[in-house]
Design a protein around this ligand. Structure first.
Ligand SMILES: [Zn+2]
Length: 358
């Protein structure tokens, strides 16, 4: 796209017959892992990290003092984690939901009905791309749910809802069945639960829930990722004057039973998103949700990088690092690895943040 040339130098730009004005960013999949993990090699940095870990993560350490208080349970968290978990299971029961599949079509129907029923304005933002295997067209769609659509100042809450076509990191059956419970039925389930009584919240901003397609329609090294977020960001960039996203939050892999959410590194590196990380992690600390760790996590390539680069949206990633979720991209990413309590904790933090957002 002409208007982006020279401004987003990390992407090569290509047009195909004028029908798919998407740029191509063939990120390398190192060892089939699409999200980069950067290890700080410097001894000093490792030492600092160790100190931070000791201070913030150890029960009884100094950092735990702020989060002291009654242990959080499903009963004392005012976000319905049990129902959210029910949604997670319902999504996984559809089966595999990769872009363009019958499972994806079922999921789109389910989500459309669900969000309409709860008072959201639903739009399927359709587009199509070439299958990297045979060049056939694959239909895709981002599901956009608008709350207070007339508001010009808006918040973006997003989560990818396509599943990896095959569990490519499964040691036994990399062509087996993949249902993506934590990656990323968890993020979608959280949005489904958040929709309950959402219109009753008296929020300063309009809010868009966006379920992104084509995050990982990949089959081998070099296949293009983040297609839905790129499409979404381009459409947004074209009509910036009509409304503006003040903040964006991407929810990805937030439901694991053993939940750990350090601060994703891009999100704290970018100047425009750093205050948002501070707001959300401060909200978690205030509520006593200790899983939002006050320490730097991995640098992760995810939809937020595209939304930030192409759409200039100050968007952070709330994500459990893949390195800390062993079933990642294997057949084992199933609902039993996730928990109602984790969904409740993250959902509560996000809703409380929305109520106080600046
Ligand atoms: Zn994934």
């Amino acid at each position: 796209m002409v208007e982006l040339e020279g401004t987003v130098p990390i992407f090569a730009v290509r047009r195909e017959n004028g029908t798919v004005p998407l740029s191509v960013h063939n990120r390398r999949l190192t060892d089939m892992k699409h999200r980069r993990t950067i290890l700080f090699a410097a001894v000093a940095a490792a030492g600092l990290a160790a100190i931070a870990w000791a201070v913030f993560a150890k029960p009884g350490g100094n950092g735990a003092a702020a989060a002291a208080g009654p242990k959080l349970t499903l009963e004392n968290i005012p976000f319905n984690g049990q129902r959210a978990y029910g949604y997670l299971k319902q999504l996984c029961e559809i089966g595999p939901r990769p872009s363009g599949s019958p499972g994806m079509a079922k999921q789109q129907k389910l989500l459309t009905e669900h969000f309409k029923q709860h008072g959201g304005q639903v739009e399927l933002q359709r587009f199509r791309v070439r299958d990297p295997r045979d060049g056939q067209w694959v239909p895709m769609a981002n599901v956009i749910v608008r709350w207070r659509p007339e508001a010009k100042d808006r918040i973006l809450l997003c989560a990818h809802y396509d599943t990896l076509p095959f569990p490519m990191l499964d040691p036994e059956d990399p062509l087996g069945r993949f249902v993506g419970a934590n990656d990323n039925a968890s993020g979608v389930a959280l949005l489904m639960e958040l929709a309950h009584d959402f219109n009753k919240l008296d929020l300063k901003y309009g809010v868009d829930f966006v379920m992104l397609d084509g995050e990982e329609y990949i089959f081998r090294r070099g296949d293009r990722m983040f297609i839905g977020s790129e499409w979404f960001a381009r459409q947004y960039a074209k009509q910036q004057l009509k409304y503006r996203y003040r903040w964006g939050v991407l929810l990805d892999m937030i439901g694991a039973t053993d939940l750990r959410l350090p601060q994703e590194r891009n999100s704290i590196w970018w100047r425009d998103t750093r205050p948002l990380v501070a707001q959300i992690w401060a909200t978690a600390a205030r509520l006593g949700v200790r899983e939002f760790l006050h320490k730097k996590g991995d640098e992760i390539d995810d939809d937020h990088v595209i939304l930030h680069a192409v759409g200039r949206i100050p968007c952070i990633d709330v994500i459990q690092p893949m390195s800390e979720y062993p079933p990642w991209h294997t057949r084992g990413d199933t609902p039993d690895k996730c928990s109602p309590l984790s969904l409740a904790k993250v959902g509560w933090v996000i809703r409380e943040w929305l109520k106080t957002v600046k």
